[in-house]
Design a protein around this ligand. Sequence first.
Ligand code: SAH
Ligand code: SF4
Length: 346
Amino acid sequence: MSLEEIVKSEPAYRLDQIFLAWFDKNIHNFSEITTLSKNLREQLIGEPWMTVKEKILQTSEVDGTRKALLEFSDGKVVESVLMPRASKKEWPDDRPRFTICVSSQVGCPMGCAFCATGKLGFSRNLSYREIIDQMRYWQQILWDNNEGEIDNIVFMGQGEPLLNYENVKLSLKILVKYAKIGQRKITLSTVGVPEAMEKIVTEKDFPAVRFALSLHSALSESRLAIIPSNRPGFLDFLVEWSKKYHNAFPSRTHFIGLEYIMLKGVNDDAQHLNALIKLALKLGSIRVNLIPYNGSSCNDFFQGTDFATIQTWQKKMNDRDITCTIRRSQGLDIDAACGQLANKNQ
Ligand code: SAH
Ligand code: SF4
């Protein structure tokens, strides 16, 4: 019987008590949740306390980024990444702070041409527990070594989170409410799934997390050439959707992130820059994040744009009052950077 089936006949707050316990340093299994009845604790004895098991853990010698290959009960695996935050300004009490990158699916069906995960194909969605347990796995390591805290989570690991909408939504709610990760400290990254994007702006209970769209081209045809899931009319949809998004999340700190991998000769000429600026100006509060392409041994088809050109793009956008940053890749030496997660060491 699953956890949900076991607690079904119990009052609703039972699940709250369990969720809280999952993020409590002093509780190590269901039988230690003393707020539960003895009878319920006995029923939960066969339930796994943690749904992920570490198979391989690697640490970058360059920047301390760690990457874990995690296995689920059916033998499927995903990768998950822990990144130390370099800037000590982000360590309020001198304790190191970490960002984690979580996966939402085993593999990914979207098949983006530049992404190592896309090459794996799709296997299955992760359950909400398998998503939050990636956080609990890293948290346990930090607790065991008294190393610091996780205060930032990006859904930028393997998979397309919006194709696994309900599990992702529930995991976000749990991370916000029980792991006490601030809503603005969680970023959901998507290549764009219109039906799910509509739900985000209409469902009142969707957590106000940050939203990042993997745009990679503001010209429909060239976007389709690298993102096979790009539907005709998606960019027009995006403009309309952005209005609903800003209405639903009106706070000034709530911008839409636009992710843009710079691929030499593919999406980095003047025409693409102009299209990006034009689109960005229609989307309200946004921030562009230019991403230097991370190659991987299973993808040598593309080359990254040279850094000077990336900087020129940044400047041109800043000149038009568009906030634009350049992503710093972490964990390159262990293939832990964005787009490199391909379970290679399996
Ligand atoms: N499926 C979601 C989230 C996972 S991908 C999405 O596509 O947004 C997380 C981020 O890594 C995305 O912005 C994606 O475009 C980027 N990415 C994929 N392959 C990459 C590569 N080879 N180099 C740099 N970034 C890459
Ligand atoms: Fe899937 Fe994102 Fe990779 Fe595209 S970039 S294949 S959507 S994980």
